[in-house]
Design a protein around this ligand. Sequence first.
Ligand SMILES: *[C@@H]1O[C@H](CO)[C@@H](O)[C@H](O)[C@H]1NC(C)=O
Length: 201
Amino acid sequence: MYLRGLFPLLPLLLLPIASALGTSCIKVVAALVGRPSDIFYHFQREICDVGCKPTIPHWDLWARNNTFVPAARDIARRLRAPHEEAALIRMGDEAADSIKTRCGPLLGGRDICSDDDTLAGFGNCFKKTFLRSALLSVPTLLPMVSDAICKEQYDFLNQEELWQEIIPGNMREYAQACQNLEDGMQVLDTNWDGMGGTMGI
Ligand SMILES: *[C@@H]1O[C@H](CO)[C@@H](O)[C@H](O)[C@H]1NC(C)=O
């Protein structure tokens, strides 16, 4: 349902890529889009159920440098394009800015775990915005990939270890840090309003 607005874009973006690269790269996108429900399940269990109160500023206070940056480094290594690490990080930062701008207001000052509706609403907005950013990044990503590389990424994304161990493990690390982020949150919250408006995607 949340994909409706993107449908006019999909054939435009995906068909030329599919014909250029074969189907492996499309399967990567499908694997990414299909998994968010796993992520919510783990988010609820590993983060909400242990009493964290995640807010948007926690991304910059903790998650960006501790999860996203190492992941971007790892992806650049697996793409055999270590010099693209900075470009990948820039793409992630742009996606994060987009998510802050579009989904942050849905929280209305609550934390992401405050109730089921808040988590679901933020989660849906997150999925939609993440996919939108991924599609908008295609022109940047295209020169970095080939069908063979996409096949490898797909195999990586499709392994249960990633979804059942690595991602929940990252969440547990955040859960250990989350209580200590509350103080910094107050400070960042006060100058949050103007952030993230620069991307416009
Ligand atoms: C995250 O890393 C960036 C760049 O290395 C640095 O400028 C920033 O202060 C770091 N943020 C935190 C919260 O440590």
